[in-house]
Write a protein that binds this ligand. Structure first.
Ligand SMILES: Nc1ncnc2c1ncn2[C@@H]1O[C@H](COP(=O)(O)OP(=O)(O)O)[C@@H](O)[C@H]1O
Ligand SMILES: CC(=O)N[C@@H](CCC(=O)OP(=O)(O)O)C(=O)O
Length: 260
């Protein structure tokens, strides 16, 4: 039986609220064993773009990333956000190491090809894009890698990449070396039957129930690509996927996805 590795993905509003981020990281520091943190920050990036006079544009959950937008999201995700998270983890006794995909060639993505829509400098990736050997070495040295949404193409070009996709791809890539648990942490208590009622957490979701909930409209918006990704990761060897409140990761209330 291989060792359990917990991969946490944090996004939504939590990452941009210093008090909530600090609370999440305090809980994360209490989680024993090897772990990886992947963070987004899309909400805060949109706010920063607006403050700088650039109108954010999202299509099907992905940001249209022109050169000016890429500069700003790189500064925001790989700079301010990543380093703030690392500093707060260090304060909590966790030896965190902040990385973009270019650092140590940890994630090499491919620029999304232009079809109907030109997404600009957006990277696509899968588990083969992840330098699992490096992550295994870092984890073996007792470090906690903190990955942001910036990747590279190996030709000197930085790319903006969806953070849920990074988390799933890293989880699948590491499933050969560890028993991987993938935790998607956000501001709600899990996947809910009523998105406005935090007490309506669905404890267990199979692929069949997921299709029913999607068809009825109970699961919608950003939750759909998240769960599509998550079920694909389960099929590809990840042992367990959990959807949970970022401020209650050590509490039992959460949604667990099951293969059957
Ligand atoms: N059934 C559901 N349960 C929980 N959240 C849901 C559900 N259906 C839709 N959502 C929405 O999905 C959002 C999470 O997706 P997203 O915004 O992409 O998250 P993040 O920014 O954390 O990656 C929630 O904030 C919620 O508004
Ligand atoms: C290409 C693309 O869409 N990249 C995302 C990366 C950040 C992210 O995924 O943030 P959350 O997890 O907080 O949504 C973006 O710029 O919004």
């Amino acid at each position: 039986m291989s060792e359990v590795l917990k991969i946490f993905k944090i996004g939504g509003g939590i990452i941009d609220d210093l008090a909530q981020l600090s609370e999440f990281l305090t809980e994360l520091a209490r989680v024993p064993g090897p772990k990886v943190l992947v963070h987004g920050g899309g909400k805060g990036a949109s706010q920063m773009l607006q403050d700088l006079g650039i109108e954010p544009r999202m299509v099907q959950g992905r940001r249209i990333t022109d050169a000016a937008t890429l500069d700003i999201v790189t500064m925001f995700y790989a700079g301010k956000t990543n380093k703030q998270v690392v500093a707060l983890l260090q304060q909590r006794g966790v030896n965190a190491l902040g990385l973009s995909g270019a650092d140590g060639n940890v994630i090499r993505a491919a620029k999304r090809p232009v079809k109907d829509i030109d997404y600009g400098f957006v990277g696509d990736l899968d588990a083969r894009s992840v330098n699992a050997a490096l992550l295994v070495q870092l984890l073996g040295a007792g470090l906690t890698p903190v990955l942001c949404a910036i990747t590279h193409d190996g030709q000197g070009q930085l790319l903006n990449t969806n953070a849920d996709t990074i988390a799933s791809s890293v989880a699948v890539a590491l499933a050969h070396s560890y028993e991987v648990e993938l935790h998607f942490c956000f501001e709600k208590n899990g996947v809910l039957t009523d998105v406005n009622d935090d007490s309506s957490v669905i404890p267990r979701i199979t692929p069949g129930l997921y299709q029913e909930l999607k068809a009825s409209g109970a699961i919608a918006a950003g939750m759909v690509p998240k769960l599509d990704n998550a079920f694909a990761a389960l099929e590809a060897g990840v042992e367990k996927v959990v959807i949970e409140n970022a401020l209650r990761i050590n509490d039992p209330v959460k949604t667990v996805l099951c293969r059957s």
